[in-house]
Design a protein around this ligand. Sequence first.
Ligand SMILES: [Zn+2]
Ligand SMILES: [Zn+2]
Length: 318
Amino acid sequence: MEVTLWGTRGSLATPGPETARYGGNTSCVGVYGRKGTVVVLDAGTGIRRLAAALDTSVRRIDILLTHLHMDHIQGLGFFAPLYRPDVEVGIWGPASSKLSLRERLMRYLSPPLFPVSLRELPCAMTLHEVPCEDVDIGEFRVSSALVCHPGPTVGYRIVDGEDKVLTYLPDHEPALGAVEFPSLPREWTSGGFLAAEADLLIHDSQYSAQEYAGHIGWGHSSLRQTLDFAKLSDVKHLVPFHHDPGHSGGSDRTRKANLSRNAGAGRGNVRDLGSRLLSSRHAVVRLLFLVPAHAGSCVSQADSREVESDPAFSQGRV
Ligand SMILES: [Zn+2]
Ligand SMILES: [Zn+2]
């Protein structure tokens, strides 16, 4: 599978020179199968550029929403394939205890918040409520589970035909309520089942440790907690995601550099995590894996170059 990050910012779109390094668009990730399957993870403002880059021959697209906070659905009404009658669009997302997924989406996709109503969209749309049993979407097998975040929120685990695993947990606070994190086995940790031994984990890392102390219960993680979660889950590669709107590229680099300098403090850093930290530099970071011969080397070469030459993990395109 090929994974492209089109929006990595959390909470609020934040365009400007300060956020150019990691991008200002909110959550949106494209997952592309070798046989043509297109899955879109969340519909933040990054989805507009994803649509612009799609081949016009694509006739089916599945959008997997983790939850319906505004930063994850704001781009939905601007997703061009919704206006094409020759395209099938499946939208997957959680209902609430009172409202169906359709009713929840219509709160946004209807006047006065949006001029076009959900039922007026010309594409062939189907809605699916999650979490549900494992489902096959094209060449991918998709699992979903509720995770720790305010309101009904799920994470996704996507497995392709060659058993490569992508886990997506953009808004996630697995450390909530823990005196020390992690203190429980991953089976008892929010998101642990979804992330177990994933080839690539995309995970919430909104705060610094100092910031997290003032935002406990807001549903997000510090970068330190994300690294500990990645280690607990034994993932191979990690992309910190959902950057705080107040963080510039420089501050994110500093946080990563500080973690690197703290190696040997007894809790491990990225090098002894058993996982590799990949930078979500720019709005688009391309990770190629699964293509025999050069996919794995693409990640490992770019990744090792990044880690070894720049402790701030700021350079290198993967
Ligand atoms: Zn969010
Ligand atoms: Zn959220």
